[in-house]
Structures are given as C-alpha cells and as structure tokens.
Design a protein around this ligand. Sequence first.
Ligand code: NI
Length: 159
Amino acid sequence: MTQLSKEQLVATYKAGGEALAQAVQGLSEAELLHHRLPEKWSIKQIAVHLADAELAVSFRVRNILSEKAPAIQPFEQDNWTDSLNYEALDLAAALERFRLLRAANSELLEQIKDEAWERTGAHPENGLITLAQVIAGQINHLQGHLDQIQTALTDYRSR
Ligand code: NI
C-alpha cells in the first residue's frame, strides 16, 4: 500500500469499525448465511472472523508496545470459525466488538511516540514485523474481507 502518514494510518484503521457495520447493514438472514461455495465463508462468518482477528491483534499491539520483540502467535482461522460456531453468534455483538476494539486500539496508537511504530514482534513464518506493518496489515485484511462480502452478495443476488 502507499505510504500513509501515521495519522492517516490510525484514521483509516479506526474508520474500518464503521465500514464493516455499513457493509452488512440491512442484509437479510439468508444473505448473511449464504455460502457462495460450500467451503467459502458466509458473510456472518466473515464478520465474526474480523471481530476475532481484532481481538488477537489487540493483544499483539499491547505486547509489541510493552515487550521486546515478543513472539506473535498466529491462529488457525478456519478452526476458530468452526470450533467457535461463528454462525450461531450474534452479529450485532460482533460488529460492536470489532468497532470497540478498533476504537480502543486507535486511542492507544494516537498517543505513542513515532519511534514506537518501529517496534517489532517475531512472527514464526514472516520474521520480525513492525507495529506499523501490523496495523497496515489489519487495514488490508479488512479491505480483502469487504471485497469478499461484496462478492458473496453479488453471487447470492444473481441466483
Ligand atoms: Ni481473514
């Protein structure tokens, strides 16, 4: 992605909280639970996945800011989706959780020093990644899933 200033990075990250809510606003239960292909997530699963990914990243951000290059623990997203029964969870609660976590993390990020953005965590596969990369990664992660939501909706409505 193009180089954003730290202020733009935080503002874009924070705005994602509303962007997800808007993307699913007014959708019917059938649209929310539609699987484009059997192995593809439904829109509801995508939304809860985003909320849980934000939960994992919230710990990661605090750990990177407080420890020296802490180990980053990846999670098995498909296992979480099945084990935690995302389709049975409350969508509104997931959207609120996502929005609140982004807002709380943004509050933290708004007051750190510039050099703190270069603090790192150690990812088992990708090596050292900076806090700035973690946040940019979350912005891209949401965008990818918003595109996926549009694709699922287009598929549902074309049937
Ligand atoms: Ni994802």
